[in-house]
Design a protein around this ligand. Structure first.
Ligand SMILES: Cc1cc2nc3c(=O)[nH]c(=O)nc-3n(C[C@H](O)[C@H](O)[C@H](O)COP(=O)(O)O)c2cc1C
Length: 284
């Protein structure tokens, strides 16, 4: 006999993924772990939070779960920094003025790429360290992103909502000074977290024909795929306002590709490489 919960969860996953990709996938209701898949498939960021604190013990638990994520070569180069002190929090948030909603987020975290410890191991154990090159940074940044994703999943499992913040890198040098980040430790992303005030919504993604490859990379008819995605997305989740109208005018149809093209018609965070170099990482 089929489990009723299984079929409900399977239907919910199918619905979420149809909304996401414009394609209905078949989900076997007898699979285990459907509740986790349903949360993953139904992912949405949250920027609107209840006025309800997140208990420190719960936050510590979620951080420990996040830091249980896999780590490249077991080098453990990702850290989490909890910004709790009110004046410090205010100073950090003030560096992201486009995101006033951050003031209402009960939890503010910064996920760090920590390239400082591995060279310290070499010093401690009297070994050479011929690895001051780009891979040191890349590995630590990838680990940090995996830890953040794992935190988001753990948070979602207990009913919390979150939103990553690349904006933490807009004023990276100031953030670094405020948080006293040592040499070879840089912020990868911030994360706002709390109990969601709204259900949020699913954001449609590019179709799987564009982003899921089989054996070899296949570009296909990318222009047509982007056009189709723009239309599907606009039908479900139209943009409420157009970007940079004074520069580009008002478009009769304003889709995702128009928005992203306008967004990246400006140099964004072009000084980040200089910051990373100044923190002691090598980008070659
Ligand atoms: C690495 C990363 C950085 C992000 N930075 C910001 C940010 O600075 N501000 C913000 O409001 N949202 C930020 N977001 C959230 C994205 O805007 C959001 O994930 C995207 O619009 C898709 O929505 P969804 O996650 O609900 O599917 C970030 C997401 C990621 C993964």
């Amino acid at each position: 006999m089929q489990d009723h919960t299984g079929s409900t969860l399977a239907a919910s996953i199918e619905d979420s993924l149809a909304e996401r990709f414009g394609e209905r996938l078949q989900v076997d209701p007898n699979l285990s772990g459907l509740d986790e898949l349903a949360r993953i498939a139904g992912h949405r960021v949250h920027r609107d939070f209840l006025d309800r604190p997140v208990e420190p013990t719960l936050l510590r638990l979620l951080c420990a779960c996040a830091l249980s994520a896999p780590s490249k070569s077991d080098l453990q180069q990702a850290d989490i920094l909890v910004v709790n002190d009110p004046p410090l929090r205010q100073a950090v948030i003030a560096l992201m003025p486009d995101m006033p909603w951050l003031a209402q987020a009960p939890v503010l975290l910064v996920f760090l790429a920590d390239g400082s410890r591995t060279p310290q191991l070499a010093r401690l154990r009297g070994k050479p360290f011929p690895n001051h090159h780009f891979d040191l940074l890349f590995n630590a940044a990838v680990d940090s992103a995996i830890v953040m994703t794992t935190f988001m999943r753990a948070a979602a499992a207990v009913g919390l909502g979150s939103c990553p913040l690349s904006a933490i890198r807009d004023e990276a040098a100031q953030v670094s000074a405020l948080l006293r980040l040592p040499e070879r430790v840089i912020p990868v992303a911030g994360l706002a977290c709390g109990w969601p005030a709204k259900a949020g919504h699913i954001t449609p993604r590019l179709g799987l024909e564009t982003t899921l490859h089989q054996d070899r990379y296949r570009q296909g008819d990318l222009d047509r795929q982007i056009d189709a995605y723009d239309r599907r997305r606009a039908a479900a989740l139209p943009y409420r306002r157009q970007r940079a109208v004074e520069r580009f005018g008002a478009a009769p149809f304003y889709g995702w590709s128009e928005d992203k093209a306008r967004q990246y018609a400006e140099p964004l965070r072009a000084d980040f490489g200089a910051f990373v170099r100044a923190k002691g990482f090598c980008l070659d």
